[in-house]
Design a protein around this ligand. Structure first.
Ligand code: SF4
Length: 470
């Protein structure tokens, strides 16, 4: 799920007092980081910071980083190099790094990058205005300690001025699993669950502001609540039931979960909760039991496939996606073939596949990285080629069907031959993008945004569908 996005959020009303300043944030990595960027903007807004898309206009530049893969980290370092010259003609500029690389590197990053002013981990977002003020006093600031579980408080998300049809709500942070390849427990710390009442309040506020779909986020959402104390702590499935009952919420999604945690309860929610969409991202990582053991995933391929079968019994037509790592230390050709065989059996709708890269501090980084780079490349290419064929087949199966689309806004591209008509885009409950044309007058009206449309699918492309209103 690696993506980058520039953030341009509308901050709240500018208070008097502090001079108006602009902040440019570039976000790397997963949806958790995108969500953290929203919170960064939220805490800066009362201090008169406005977002900008232009780093040259900014007096605060933050790179919100990801360290799940080495490549994302390298990308962040090159971007810092590109931004460095701005400091030469803007004395007011504070340049900072947030997110997982900041958490992992701390002071080391300040030593490595001499023009960097500020490094802070995800637990320190609430203190950001104060950290920036210290950096402005020419102090080089590094704040990367983890807040203790009991002392940690979440920043409750406020809807922005322009709430999107589809929004995200963080329900927990950190991860208590110990997957041997994964850096998340080192960069995000132990699991802390947001109290259920706070989650429900956030979703209610978003729905009141116009959101129709909410995705609840956490590194391992089905472990939700295990760290909370009290008589009546809801499980993740119970939390989903409370959210599902919120009036006006059309669709509910979640990501990400571990195949071993409270999975039966979660499977039972499909088909039972009207808003819960028929889509499940269930990371498997490998199709071989020995490799799974080395990865410390604590399930077998057979157990995983039993869960898939249960999901499909409970919710026929559910779309599935997964994460795959190829070239884990010691993975033999035959073990890799097991992963291909698993993909062929499960027939996921989509996958996210990566070559293994050792991450500092993890157990796997102490193993011999035995699979040579060209072999990793070749394995990745084979996985992607197989999955492309399966995805194409699964997309073709939509042609001729009528699907329910939650309309998000204008489509990015007019498809060939449709230039005279205006296209909107939305998603099916199974999370597939659908583009469809509407008459020009309706395109410019707000008539469709946030509404459910029924679309006859006429064409399947590699990552989207095209159709006309039913
Ligand atoms: S469950 Fe996910 S986030 Fe947690 S350690 Fe394993 S891979 Fe990392």
């Amino acid at each position: 799920m690696v993506a980058t996005s520039d953030t341009n959020l509308l901050a709240g009303p500018a208070p008097s007092g502090a001079p108006r300043r602009y902040v440019y944030v570039q976000t790397f990595g997963c949806q958790m980081n995108v969500n953290d960027t929203d919170r960064i903007m939220q805490v800066l807004a009362p201090h008169n910071y406005r977002p900008t898309d232009d780093p040259a206009q900014a007096s605060l530049i933050l790179l919100n980083t990801c360290s799940v893969r080495d490549k994302a980290e390298q990308k962040m370092l090159s971007q810092l190099g590109r931004l460095a010259p701005l400091k030469e003609y803007n004395d007011d500029l504070v340049l900072g790094v947030a997110g997982c690389v900041a958490q992992q590197e701390g002071e080391r990053l300040l030593k490595k990058v001499p023009y960097l002013d500020l490094v802070f981990g995800p637990d320190h977002i609430a203190e950001l205005p104060e950290l920036v003020a210290r950096a402005r006093e020419h102090e080089r600031v590094s704040e990367t300690t983890f807040t203790k579980r009991k002392a940690f408080t979440f920043i409750e998300a406020e809807p922005r001025e322009e709430t999107r049809v589809s929004e995200f709500v963080t329900i927990m942070k950190g991860c208590d699993k110990v997957c041997s390849f994964c850096i998340v427990p080192f960069t995000r710390g132990r699991e802390v669950s947001k109290p259920a009442d706070a989650v429900v309040r956030e979703v209610e506020r978003l729905v009141a502001a116009g959101a129709r779909e909410v995705t609840v986020l956490g590194q391992n959402v089905n472990s939700y609540g295990k760290d909370l104390q009290g008589d009546r702590i809801p499980t993740f499935a119970e939390l989903l039931r409370r959210i599902d009952a919120i009036e006006g919420l059309e669709r509910l999604r979640f990501t990400t979960s571990h195949p071993m945690d409270a999975i039966d309860d979660l499977v039972a929610c499909f088909g039972e909760l009207p808003s819960l969409c028929e889509f499940f991202h269930l990371p498997v990582q490998s199709g071989n039991d020995r490799v799974l053991r080395e990865m410390r995933r604590f399930y077998t391929v057979a157990e995983y496939e039993e869960t898939v079968a249960a999901l499909r019994r409970q919710s026929p037509g559910i779309a599935l996606s997964t994460d795959i790592i190829v070239g884990f230390p010691g993975e033999t050709d035959a073990e890799f073939e097991d992963t291909l065989a698993l993909l062929a059996r499960v027939r996921y709708d989509t996958i996210f596949a990566f070559k293994y890269s050792p991450r500092p501090g993890t157990r796997a980084s102490e193993m011999d990285d035995t699979v040579p780079e060209p072999v990793k490349r070749e394995r990745l290419a084979r996985v992607l080629a197989l999955q492309d064929a399966i995805t194409r087949e699964r997309m073709e199966a939509y042609v001729g069907e009528t699907v329910e689309v939650l309309v998000e806004g204008p489509s990015r591209m007019a498809s060939k031959g449709q230039a005279a008509r205006w296209q909107l885009m939305g998603r099916t409950r199974t999370n597939v993008i659908v583009n469809f044309p509407v008459p020009l007058g309706e395109f410019w009206s707000d008539r469709w945004i946030g509404k459910l449309a029924r679309v006859n699918v006429e064409e399947a492309k590699s990552n989207s569908l095209y159709g006309t209103l039913a």
